[in-house]
Design a protein around this ligand. Structure first.
Ligand code: SF4
Ligand code: SF4
Length: 296
């Protein structure tokens, strides 16, 4: 079983559109019935918007702990507020109250409280989902606003996808990775066999691609690059290809800017299924052929 993760240094590069198209193409080819999908972009999961799956299972995801003050026993001394370095304890209407968004869960206030009125409680940080999509099982999740531990939630999504793949002898897990280079990205690339970085030929796109490639190099994951919207700035696309060539990183194609991609998203369909002969669909199909060959 192999894991392919699709990444980008920043959001909005077309990563999810490409993932959805790969899911469609995999389901129509020799890998039909052998693929599991995972949306590891738990801060802004949107693969389900394109695949429109049927929800099978939903679970609360418990993140870190937050402090809670028992108002019955609190003596209103203010010691907890004084010790809190995160300004997470507010005083209003004669009561000390913890702001759960600001609370870092350090528990310093618990030890400071003279009346043992503060306890640490687990909080629900998000939701985990398992769904069936037209292109295969999909694991996805949604981190609530202001919550941390997105790396843990990504790990849960990937673990469940991997376990099903192993149980059912499936050959490939396709992971729609988060943008950036933070903890969720590190969780998403962990254990991956191949990473496809979706780069845009813009100044910020090239800069963010470098960061994504550096992260993959650091973790020893083989990287490929695809240039999306390549025709909006061909000189930038040339620069990306030259850089990749110099670094011995394979570029697996150029996808043109194509409004069909947006239309397919609005229609809730992978662009390769929505309009197979659209310029973007043709280019993505060629990229998929190269990537799937490299995976096998
Ligand atoms: S647990 Fe830490 S961050 Fe949270 S309220 Fe107490 S002292 Fe502040
Ligand atoms: S330290 Fe304890 S007793 Fe004092 S205000 Fe905070 S919760 Fe109340």
């Amino acid at each position: 079983m192999k894991q392919l993760v699709i990444l980008s240094g920043k959001g909005g590069t077309g990563k999810t559109s490409i993932t959805a198209a790969f899911a469609h193409l995999a389901a129509k080819g020799p890998l039909a019935g052998k693929v599991i999908l995972a949306d590891a972009d738990v801060d802004a999961a949107n693969l389900e918007l394109v695949l429109q799956p049927t929800l099978v299972e939903q679970q609360d995801f418990k993140g870190g702990k937050v402090a809670v003050i028992d108002q019955e026993t609190c003596a209103s001394c203010g010691d907890c507020q004084a010790v809190c370095r995160f300004d997470a304890i507010n005083y209003a209407d004669g009561l000390y109250v913890v702001d759960p968004i600001a609370c870092d869960g350090c528990a310093a206030c618990v030890y400071q409280c003279p009346t043992e009125s503060i306890s640490m409680r687990e909080q629900i940080a998000g939701q985990f989902y398992f769904s069936e999509s037209r292109y295969g099982p999909l694991y996805h999740a949604n981190l609530l606003p202001g919550q941390e531990n997105s790396g843990k939630l990504v790990t849960l999504v990937k673990q469940r996808a991997r376990l099903q793949a192993l149980d059912e002898n499936r050959e490939l897990v396709i992971v729609d990775g988060p943008p950036g280079i933070g903890c969720p990205v590190i969780s998403a690339v962990s254990g991956a066999d191949l990473a496809l970085v979706v780069a845009e030929p813009t100044v910020s796109g090239v800069h963010d691609m470098h960061r994504a490639l550096d992260t993959l190099k650091h973790f020893g994951v083989r990287a490929l690059v695809v240039i999306n919207k390549a025709d909006i700035f061909p000189a930038g696309a040339d620069e990306i290809e030259a850089f990749c060539h110099q670094q011995s990183i394979e570029t697996v194609g150029r996808i043109p800017f194509d409004l069909t991609v947006a239309s397919a998203m609005v229609a809730g369909e992978a662009v390769t299924a929505f309009q197979p002969q659209a310029p973007s669909s043709i280019a993505i199909r060629q990229v998929w052929e190269r990537v799937s060959r490299l995976l096998s």
